[in-house]
Structures are given as structure tokens and as C-alpha cells.
Design a protein around this ligand. Structure first.
Ligand SMILES: N[C@@H](CCC(=O)N[C@@H](CS)C(=O)NCC(=O)O)C(=O)O
Length: 377
């Protein structure tokens, strides 16, 4: 494959959501790498100062270049050339993949964090072991407390907990049906949609004892997809004769369409409200191009909004990062000619997904020196 060389280092952890996204990609593409924990002294001494914050996963290339953010890690290898490129070459599939990636790596933080921390008592030994790896019990306890403190701002409350569980069960049902026919979301090979979903569905929901048990009992094919995503290459033994290709003709497999409805039901009005909050924030503050999105790099949220999750009121934090993710879809849409654009928008409209990709804004979010920054148009 391309010119990618061995000896990449992935700083990450077995139970980390975003490490899972990057690790699956490296394994599926056959890229040789070593995983090291952030508890290694070198991480604090050499990596954190260069990144400006402590965050995983981080890829260190054989040339010593550091890449943070799962999107940037994936894009780095896509540019070098990999056996199974993950961005479909046609617009509708590519946009649908980005929307599902958004759902998995942003909207599903609720599901991931709820099942990890609301069932602490039932899975405490497992989590204490995970969080103590490479460090001591006291540091693990501190980290665990910090992680639990994120729940309310993600919209995980006693009122939303049952709604989150119904949503997870519905997701399992949809995916279980889909995987009776297809090994991956868009057909015969993984796309960026699969990598978005695998973050929560591996590290938390497919691995922590309580949700993993639910997954195994209710949706064995989803569990197999998790194994498939974490395997080297394409682990598709149940689908003999399936070519490693996306669904033909820039279409979406019909069995995946219920997922699009599920996503639309769930991400609104929260996403609308977050985008409106950012519009007002940018209008009032007029940040300069390339200015960091928050004052301190380890702060992710600009502020909080009151919105709804499946009809329940929630007060959630607004992370500009969501624009970093969605802008790739907006750019693609902007580059289409009228007819193509109409076709793609018409399809998204059928599922109530027309407003997912921000359009006509004077700003977006990019990256400079490993940190999310405002970009002005
Ligand atoms: N957008 C980043 C998110 C990475 C991220 O949130 N990583 C978590 C671990 S899964 C982290 O390092 N959290 C540190 C903290 O919240 O203090 C990516 O895609 O790489």
C-alpha cells in the first residue's frame, strides 16, 4: 500500500472511544503500528507540550510528525493510499457517511457515557482496571470522577436515561437487520460511517460489561460487526462472494435507510440549537480567522444551551468541533452542480436530514497546530 511505513505509534487506550476509531482504521488497512499509553513519560514530556493539551488518540509518524484528531489521522493515511479508501467517491454516499460519522462520534456520546457510568456498580471492577492501566488506583479514581462529571452536559440525566436506552435498543435492531445482508454500513467495505459508529460501539457499548451483554444478547450481528471492525483487513466470512465495494450507483442500501430516520429523529432540535448558538456567538464576538475556538485548548465547549432530546429538556454544552466534522459534507455539497445537489438534497429531505449540513455561514471550524480554530469566509 502507498508509501506508508511501519513504526507508527498510536498513543491511546483500550477503553477510549476515539482511540477505537483510529485503531480499527489502522488494523483494517493493514498499517503496522505500536500502541502506547499516555501514561508513558514521553507522552507528558514530548507529546502534550507539542499538542498544547492532553488528548488521545495521537499518531506519531516515523518522521516524528504528530497527528491528533481521528479525522486527521484517517485523512493522513487516505492521502498516502490505503487498500480500502473510506470516503466513497460519489456525493450522496459520501455525505451520508459523514452524517452517520457525526451521529456516531458526537450524538452517541450520550449512549456511550450513559451505559459506562450509569451502571458503574455492575461493572466497577472492569472500569477500575481499565482506568488504572499504566497508572495507580488513586489517579484512576480521579479520572473516573472527571469522566462522570461530563454526563449532564452531554444530556445524560435521569429523565433522558430511559430515552437513551430505547434509542440504543432501536439502533441495535436497525443494524441487526442491515447486517443480515451487508458486512458494513455502505456495503462491502468500511466507510467513514463505520468508523464514526465504531467509536461508541466498540470502546463503550461493545466492551463495557453491561451494554456489551445487551449487544450480544439482542444483536449478535452487530457484535460480529464490532469484531469485524477491530480485525485486520476485512473480516467478512459470513458474506461469501461480497466484493470489497460500496453499494452501487451512489445509492444507500435500503436496509440502512431506517438508520437515517433514527439519526434525524434524534439529532434535532439539538443540532439546530447548537448551530444557532454558534451563529450568535460568532456574530457577537467576531473571532478572527485562525483564532482558537476556546480560550484554553482543553476546553471544548463554548457555552451551554437548553434544548430537547427525544422530547425531554436537556442543557447541553456546545462543541465547535461538530462543525469541523460536518463542514466536509457542506463543502462537498457546495461543489456540486445544480442537478446533483438537488438529487442529494432531495434524498436527505426524505429522511428529515436536509438541515444537517450547515450552509451559507460566514465561518466554520478548522485546525491549526493541533487545535480547533475559527475559519472565516
Ligand atoms: N476530536 C477528537 C476527540 C478525542 C477525545 O475526545 N479523546 C478523549 C479520549 S476518548 C480524551 O482524550 N479526553 C481527555 C479529556 O476529556 O480530558 C478526536 O477525534 O480525536
Amino acid at each position: 500500500m502507498g508509501s506508508a511505513r511501519a513504526d507508527y505509534i498510536l498513543y491511546g487506550l483500550p477503553h477510549s472511544l476515539y482511540t477505537g476509531k483510529a485503531r480499527c482504521y489502522l488494523r483494517n488497512q493493514g498499517i503496522s503500528y505500536l500502541e502506547r499509553p499516555p501514561s508513558e513519560p514521553r507522552f507528558a514530556e514530548r507529546i502534550v507540550p507539542q499538542l498544547g493539551r492532553s488528548i488521545i488518540p495521537v499518531l506519531e509518524t516515523p518522521d516524528g510528525e504528530l497527528i491528533q484528531d481521528t479525522i486527521d489521522i484517517i485523512d493522513y493515511f487516505e492521502r498516502l493510499g490505503v487498500p480500502y479508501p473510506v470516503y466513497p467517491g460519489t456525493p450522496l454516499q459520501r455525505i451520508v457517511a459523514i452524517i452517520i460519522e457525526y451521529y456516531g462520534s458526537q450524538a452517541m456520546l450520550k449512549h456511550a457515557m450513559h451505559y459506562r457510568w450509569s451502571y458503574l456498580e455492575q461493572q466497577e471492577a472492569f472500569l477500575r482496571h481499565a482506568f488504572a492501566s499504566g497508572t495507580d488506583a488513586a489517579t484512576a479514581a480521579k479520572l473516573m470522577t472527571r469522566m462522570q462529571s461530563y454526563l449532564p452536559r452531554l444530556g445524560v440525566t435521569p429523565e433522558t436515561a430511559p430515552l437513551i436506552e430505547r434509542s440504543y435498543e432501536r439502533l441495535l435492531e436497525i443494524l441487526e437487520t442491515h447486517f443480515t445482508e451487508q458486512p458494513y454500513l455502505l456495503g462491502g467495505r468500511p466507510s467513514t460511517a463505520d468508523y464514526g459508529l465504531i467509536g461508541p460501539l466498540f470502546a463503550h457499548l461493545g466492551r463495557d460489561p453491561v451494554p456489551a451483554q445487551i449487544m450480544k444478547l439482542r444483536s449478535p450481528r452487530v457484535y460480529r460487526w464490532v469484531e469485524r471492525m477491530t480485525a485486520p483487513g476485512l473480516d467478512t466470512i459470513e458474506y461469501p462472494g461480497t466484493a470489497a465495494e460500496f453499494w452501487p450507483g451512489d445509492g444507500v442500501p435500503p436496509s440502512l435507510e431506517p438508520l437515517l430516520l433514527h439519526v434525524a429523529e434524534e439529532i434535532f432540535p439539538e443540532l439546530d440549537d447548537k448551530l444557532a448558538f454558534m451563529d450568535a456567538w460568532v456574530e457577537a464576538r467576531q473571532p478572527a480567522d485562525a483564532e482558537p475556538v476556546t480560550e484554553k485548548p482543553h476546553h471544548r465547549q463554548l457555552g451551554t444551551i437548553n434544548t430537547q432530546f427525544r422530547g425531554a429538556s436537556v442543557e447541553v454544552g456546545v462543541e465547535p468541533y461538530l462543525l469541523y466534522l460536518l463542514q466536509r459534507g457542506s463543502d462537498l455539497l457546495d461543489g456540486l452542480d445544480g442537478g446533483e445537489r438537488e438529487r442529494v438534497m432531495g434524498y436527505l429531505q426524505r429522511f428529515g436530514l436536509k438541515r444537517v449540513l450547515p450552509q451559507g455561514k460566514s465561518y466554520t471550524v478548522g485546525r491549526r497546530d493541533h487545535i480547533e480554530v475559527w475559519r472565516r469566509f
